[in-house]
Design a protein around this ligand. Structure first.
Ligand code: CTP
Ligand code: MG
Length: 173
């Protein structure tokens, strides 16, 4: 797959998916670790609601970034994507920060942990990963960005239904 650092052009669905492999691994990993230490330490924002809530833990963050970096970089190498492990780390971290930002927004909207927030739930990590790739120098064309969002949202919905049926998630979203 023709994704490399110079120039890193993301102009097809295949290149978008290839680039985002670390994010696609990082995002679902926290569900498996059952973290206990919330990133916000139980603290509340000035609106009296939790900053992030109990669904965002340090263990989940660490596991997501570690899995996305290591497995993502390994898959990149197999697929011939010419990016470094540092890129895999940045895209994994971007995905997890996007997910955290999504929870921050949900709490500000008074949505409790686990409440559905259509589009936000599916695309917060995508936005974070795309933003990280842009910081690394990747350039996305608009059509690919939108097509990627549609495909990621559809896959996210399907994957969460599977995780729910498998008993990994409390809600099917
Ligand atoms: N998780 C975690 N740490 C993270 C992200 C996720 O421990 N940084 C775990 C939590 O157990 C969380 C589950 O993965 O419940 C699913 O993540 P997500 O759907 O993003 O969280 P929600 O529980 O739905 O909470 P929110 O309403 O804040 O999205
Ligand atoms: Mg959720």
């Amino acid at each position: 797959v023709a994704v490399g650092p110079a120039p890193c052009t993301v102009d097809s669905l295949a290149s978008a998916i290839a680039l985002l492999i670390p994010a696609l691994i990082a995002n679902p990993t926290p569900v498996l670790v059952r973290g206990r230490r919330p990133i916000d330490g139980g603290r509340k924002w000035i609106d009296g609601k939790r900053v992030l809530g109990d669904g965002k833990t340090w263990e989940g963050l660490a596991a997501g970034v570690a899995a996305g970096t290591l497995l993502g970089f390994a898959l990149w190498s197999l697929l011939g994507v010419k990016l470094t492990i540092l890129h895999a780390f940045a895209i994994s971290l971007g995905a997890m920060l996007g997910d955290i930002a999504g929870s921050f927004i949900k709490r500000r909207l008074s949505l409790p942990r686990g409440a559905p927030a259509p589009l936000l739930d599916q695309l917060d990590f995508y936005a974070g990963a795309v933003a990280a790739s842009c910081i690394l120098g990747c350039r996305w064309d608009a059509a690919t960005l939108i097509l990627g969002a549609l495909v990621i949202a559809a896959v996210h919905v399907a994957a969460n239904i599977v995780a729910y049926v498998a008993g990994l998630k409390k809600e099917p979203w």
